[in-house]
Design a protein around this ligand. Sequence first.
Ligand code: IVH
Length: 661
Amino acid sequence: MDAAARIKSLRDEIARHNHRYYTLDAPEISDASYDKLMNELSALERENPALVTPDSPTQRVGGAPLEKFTKVTHRQQMLSLANVFDDAELTEFDQRIAEKLGTAAIDYVCEPKMDGLAIELVYEEGRFVQGSTRGDGTIGEDVTANLRTLRNLPLELKGPKAPRLLEVRGEVFIRKADFVKMNEAREKAGEPTFVNPRNCAAGSLRQLDPKLTAQRPLSVYVYEVGVMEGLEFATHVEKLKWLEAAGLPVNPRRYLARGVEGIREAYGKLLADRHGLPYEIDGLVVKTDSEDARKRMGQVSKSPRWAVAYKFPPEEVETQVEKIDVQVGRTGALTPVAYLKPVFVGGVTVSRATLHNEDEVARKDVREGDWVFLRRAGDVIPEIVKVIDSRRTGDEKKFVMPSACPVCGAKVQREEGGAIARCTGDSCPAQLAGGIRHAATRTALDIDGLGDKLVEQLILHGAVKRIADLYALTAEKLMTLERMGEKSAQNLVEAIARSKQTTLRRFIYALGIPQVGEATAKALAEHFMAPAPLMDASQEQLQAVKDVGPEVAGELHAYFAEPKNREGVQALLEAGVDPAPPEKTAAGPFSGKTLVITGTLTKMSRDQAKEEIERRGGKVSGSVSKKTDFLVAGEDAGSKLAKAKELGVKVLDEQQFQALL
Ligand code: IVH
């Protein structure tokens, strides 16, 4: 065989293996054999440079790193999907379509809802010319060079007659097994690991240097088309078949469903197979098969009326409790924590779950060695749902709350009538560490770069004995600590200096006074307008503040009665921390109202949204209840949206929210 023929046969073979691995999840050869084929091809191309073509698998990584991504305006808006969470909502969806179309049983195509990020691929005359992220649906970023590195993304379409223009939409993701393998390798190399496949995929696609993207095991599936010239499809099934024939990666798993019955069946099947799937999914996408039906249904602002995402309930997995240990927090509270055999659930690897307090441990009867069900829903912290009694062997060990603080050795006391056991030590390093970490959080003094390990070291070295000591740290001093380079030391010193310009509410919150959360800190700031009057207030004066009852007033009073605490505040002010009093707010649509924010906002972060609401006299709460006035629902809103609908809480989408702001 001559070189040209061998090169062609190697390229075909490599493409076939990429397809088998990334698209069909049915690899035929080992990684080593695959690498051997690639090496042989590279060698042959080096010897015969004239035979190198741009679509060769060796040519996927090319070009220099970018300065920044250029913007791409999508020819046709990239839509997202509305969510349904239960059978009733699903039935409503189906009925709306049946009514509008005047047909009894609608034909649907159901697909796994890939948990990755949406992209658009543009092919001109069959050649891949541009790829972009979804962005806000109208304008995304040009990530062509990065997308070229995805091994199952064809650079040339197959088939005799390529359309002049074809836009395809799909999802970039990372397979679970590839993710685990990559993280293991990174751990070995001493590099930081990724939290979950989705974040890793998103981060990888937004690398300015395509060489970095090429090192990440990204896959892509395509599931829709945008603008196309010279092509027409009557049904979704027909479209998917065409895409497959053109060599595009289409998920082989899909279900044809007739009416709501059919969707239910598909949902059940996919849910049952969920754990066995090689990639992460978070629901079932249901689409009408008929393109004509789609045209007749149309869309609402950002999502089509002809499709919906039927979300899965929060995932539950089994794991084993290896140990139950206590953690000492900033208020001295001892929290039992279950250390678990690491499991992947709800998109992240979980190895710990809080058990809150002694009574909670007793109520759930969780013991060391127990097998348990663990749940994690979206942004919620992992929770042990229950012990699997049938897996008890009798060797499990009951948890006993220690009588001495595991960190400083001081006596542990359970407060009368309460559930919380506390360390009574007054110079406990764990309490101090908790206090410093709290003061540094984003909603307090917002000191970026002050991580847990660092705080621990600072305390261990005696460099920090109270919050104010942070302001005396120098880069030279920080550089004597483990793993602290000049650049990060400098950055941290700058971040600490920046935190001096703060607000009174942040300042009060940063002190970490028991029971004084962000909302109380805000009320105190508005009432007292400066630290001194707050520090000298009597219990009665404190109780005159909105939402401050006898208990909180008692905590505040006790805190400021302690000379050490007063000195701490004084030291902060002397170090140059300058808490600005709040500005008075005018009445508006949010004044006096309680709002909950859920889903992803595109115009601002959740923290920014919260500040904007509070500036207008509103309150932001974490959970939806009857007292909620508005739910601000961003994209991919989950269970909170369902709850709000159930309770009849007024829901604002991002546009409406912006308008009211
Ligand atoms: S179709 C007009 N199909 O889910 C419909 N989307 O919230 C556009 N997704 O932005 C999307 N798997 O990133 C479709 N099989 C699938 C999908 C899928 C995942 C994502 C996509 C979209 C989001 C919708």
